[in-house]
Design a binder for this molecule. Structure first.
Ligand SMILES: *Cc1c(COP(=O)(O)O)cnc(C)c1O
Length: 401
């Protein structure tokens, strides 16, 4: 790679990989990763260009294919995930769409869990069917539904765990066994858990996708995504031709921001979890709250499973306030510190009302089947002093009714 040396060691521990993994210093020997804002690359001779285009030499050709700053991000995240391959993407949705679209054709079948991020639901139920791909949604927590749906040959399985916004937990290993028996590759949207708390590839998944916009940036600045996997054939036969020619590439500027985000990802996720646990304990004592959803809570329906496949309960908490939509709106309007925003995984605490925002596109019946009730509020727990977050929640809850 243009004479640069890759300063990374595969046997470093995760915290070290997050800080140093994938570092590729230029001849200037900079301390911090360099930002290569270039769309193209030059060749010393026409022969060099010819060899590059024939694939005889491995070098940078065009930033739609690869870019040195994006490569550093890909290597660092790949080392964290324990994946041989990582491809940076322009956004989480670019990653989600590419991870599936690159491997399906008309007549193929995709099975997915029904509790999904709104745009993932759109891709599966509206976009892919336009191309003749059949998609079946199942209750992700019900292994019998997976078993029935996977009784037929299937090309791809997609799941999100914990899910948005109800934080349902799916048994990744069990679904992978069923999916592999049906011939399917399994894609896991690991955005809510993050690579720090959950490793889907180690549980049997074939492909992991991220919205790097969320915890990886973690400070609400840039959009990005990534697809990670170990199967070289998936790269050569599916993903590489797809992304090279359809262009959902990650910008080098965004990759640089994400590299810096990765350096503190481990620290931030642990603190997000510390704060979330304290907030859950507080919410449980509140009479204006009728339900608290958190995978780290013993009352969570899949608590044992969550303990098995996640190292902690996560950074997101959902809860139902009294008074349906009116109660939820009164509560949201009374918040002084916590912002109303549909983003998540940010250092700032952010809250959203799924019924009227992220999931307003669904029918009321579909929403209720997913547990998205009018009183449901989703909180992305930030890095502020947890007592300030709790004080804000307390004063806003006092306003309801
Ligand atoms: C945000 C998000 C996405 C989409 O990511 P973008 O970067 O916004 O495109 C996909 N899945 C989940 C679970 C998300 O939270």
């Amino acid at each position: 790679m243009s004479g640069d040396e890759i300063y990374s060691a595969n046997n470093w521990r995760k915290a070290t990989q997050l800080v140093r993994g994938g570092m590729s210093r230029s001849t200037f020997e900079e301390t911090s990763e360099a930002m290569y804002l270039t769309s193209g690359y030059v060749y010393g001779s026409p022969e060099e260009a010819e060899a590059a285009f024939k694939g005889e030499t491995k070098r940078y050709i065009y930033s739609r294919y690869a870019n040195p700053t994006v490569s550093m991000f890909e290597q660092r995240l790949g080392l964290l995930e324990g994946a041989n391959f990582c491809v940076g993407m322009a956004s989480g949705m670019a990653a989600m769409f590419a991870s599936i679209a690159c491997q399906v054709k008309a007549g193929d079948r995709v099975v997915a869990s029904r509790a999904l991020f709104g745009s993932c639901n759109y891709v599966l139920t509206e976009q892919l069917p336009k191309y003749g791909v059949e998609t079946i949604l199942v209750d992700g927590t019900d292994l019998d539904q997976w078993r029935d749906a996977l009784a037929e040959p299937t090309v791809c399985v997609f799941m999100e765990t914990p899910s948005n916004p109800t934080l349902e937990v799916i048994d990744i290993a069990a679904v992978c066994d069923l999916a592999h028996a049906a011939g399917a590759r399994v894609v896991v949207d690991n955005v809510f858990a993050t690579a720090v708390l959950q490793s889907p590839l180690a549980l049997g998944a074939d492909i992991v996708m991220y919205s790097a916009t969320k915890h990886i940036d973690g400070q609400g600045r840039t959009l990005g995504g990534a697809i990670l996997f170990n199967d070289e054939k998936y790269l050569s036969d599916c993903l590489e031709p797809f992304f090279r020619h359809t262009g959902p590439s990650m910008s080098p500027f965004n990759a640089w921001v994400m590299l810096k985000g990765l350096e503190t990802l481990g620290l931030r996720v642990e603190r997000h979890c510390d704060n979330a646990e304290r907030i859950v304990e507080f919410l449980k004592t509140q009479t204006a709250i009728t339900k608290v959803l958190y995978p780290g809570l013993a009352e969570h329906p899949q608590y044992e499973l969550a303990k098995k496949q996640m190292s902690r309960g996560g950074t997101m908490v959902s809860f139902e306030v009294e008074g349906e939509k009116d109660g939820a709106f009164q509560f949201l309007k009374a918040l002084k510190l916590i912002d109303i925003s549909n983003n998540l995984g940010d250092s700032k605490s952010l809250t959203t009302h799924p019924t009227t925002t992220t999931h307003q596109r669904l029918s009321e019946d579909d929403r209720l089947a997913l547990g998205i009730t009018p009183g449901l509020v989703r909180l992305s727990v930030g890095l502020e002093d947890v007592q300030d977050i709790i004080d804000d929640l307390a004063q806003a809850l006092a306003v309801i009714g």
